[in-house]
Write a protein that binds this ligand. Structure first.
Ligand code: HEC
Length: 137
């Protein structure tokens, strides 16, 4: 299922969404917004409103990421939970498979074997989470 989505994302966005080892190094220099446009915009939309080109082909609604804080009872951005959702490894959905790729695996598994992939993936996820925090409305 996951592979099908990755293929669909690659096809529809016109850019490969999987990460290749040779691309990992340059990726470490990406800013949060660049990482977002590269890996997330195909589903969540360029401005994160949940309206990316792949969204209509998914069975579930793609959430608007500019309103994460607003959806919380206290209006606070739930940083730790969001980090876990993006990473994906610690979050098991209540029902079936989740539709979003598990970015922790996607990013870490593709790191060059001589590099600490987990730490590198974590730094990319940190940048993505900081970016999401910055776009809350
Ligand atoms: C293949 C489409 C797809 C891609 C690509 C994608 N997402 Fe998602 N995302 C979803 C869907 C669908 C959900 C709703 C939960 C679910 O079903 O998995 C979601 C949920 C989320 C949530 C939870 C929002 C909330 O309020 O609970 C966050 C945060 C998020 N995505 C961030 C990202 C980030 C960051 C990226 C890029 C690294 C990304 N997503 C890439 C489809 C995608």
């Amino acid at each position: 299922m996951h592979r099908v989505f990755v293929a669909a994302v690659a096809l529809l966005s016109g850019a490969a969404s999987t990460v290749h080892a040779s691309e990992f190094d340059p990726l470490l220099g990406y800013t949060g917004p660049q990482l977002y446009q590269r890996f997330c915009a195909s589903c969540h939309g360029r401005q994160a409103y949940g309206d990316g080109p792949v969204a209509p082909s998914l069975k579930v609604m793609v959430p608007d990421l500019t309103r994460i804080a607003r959806r919380q009872p206290g209006g606070e951005f739930p940083e730790q939970r969001i980090r876990e959702i993006v990473d994906g490894r610690a979050v098991l959905p209540a029902h079936g498979l989740r539709d979003m790729p598990v970015w922790g695996y996607e990013l870490e598994a593709q790191a060059p074997p001589d590099q600490p992939g987990r730490a590198a993936a974590q730094s990319l996820i940190d940048k993505l989470v900081a970016y999401l925090r910055s776009i809350q409305q």
